[in-house]
Design a protein around this ligand. Structure first.
Ligand SMILES: [Zn+2]
Length: 196
């Protein structure tokens, strides 16, 4: 079996085509780097990973190893087969976006929302809105009093997850662009991807 390794440079995004049964390994080489993920089913009609359907069907905030991610239409499209990170992962926050940075006084800042849109444009795929992503390695578990706070990622260098496609998919991944908050350990680094 050959393994292809790809690097997503800091504050950027990339798309990967997977056939049903293929697996993808998402690695954080330097640690504390969040990676946003979307999964698009590029059939007609187009379908995509829904974090709300996934929370509902699994009855938990994030799938456990062996559980799956589900699409808007309730189809099982991706399974978490291995998690070699301390977590947690997030399925409550949107992708970072232009407005978030503008609230911090930062204009024309790179962001995961736009990086996702650029990949979809290059693939010639249009969907009606930007779905909320899966935020791997993002430390934002709800607090006991209900507050939602993003803390510094706990992922160590080399922490990774492995996912198996249950149908043909376009996976879009980013190396998150937040460089001022503790989110990514206050430093944006690369994400490495292996298609197995
Ligand atoms: Zn981001």
């Amino acid at each position: 079996m050959t393994t292809q390794t790809h690097t997503i440079p800091p504050q950027s995004g990339r798309g990967f085509h997977l056939k049903a049964g293929e697996t993808i390994k998402i690695i954080d080489p330097e640690g504390q780097q969040v990676s946003d993920m979307w999964a698009i089913v590029p059939d007609d009609p187009i379908d995509w990973l829904s974090v709300s359907q996934t929370r509902d069907i699994n009855e938990r905030l994030f799938p456990a190893v062996g559980e799956s991610f589900f699409s808007v239409r309730g189809q099982k499209i991706l399974t978490l087969v291995e998690d070699q990170s301390p977590g947690p992962h997030d399925m409550l926050f949107p992708a970072c976006n232009r407005a978030l940075y503008e609230r911090e006084g930062l204009h024309d800042h790179p962001n995961c929302h736009d990086n996702f849109m650029s990949v979809l444009d290059s693939e010639g795929i249009e969907i009606p809105s930007v779905p909320d992503p899966v935020n791997f390695f993002q430390n934002s578990t709800p607090q006991p009093d209900g507050r939602l706070e993003v803390l510094a990622s706990r992922n160590p260098p080399g922490g990774y997850v492995v996912l198996r496609a249950e149908t043909d998919l376009l996976i879009v991944l980013t190396a998150c662009s937040v460089d001022f908050h503790p989110t990514n350990g206050s430093q944006c680094t690369a994400i490495e991807v292996q298609l197995l």
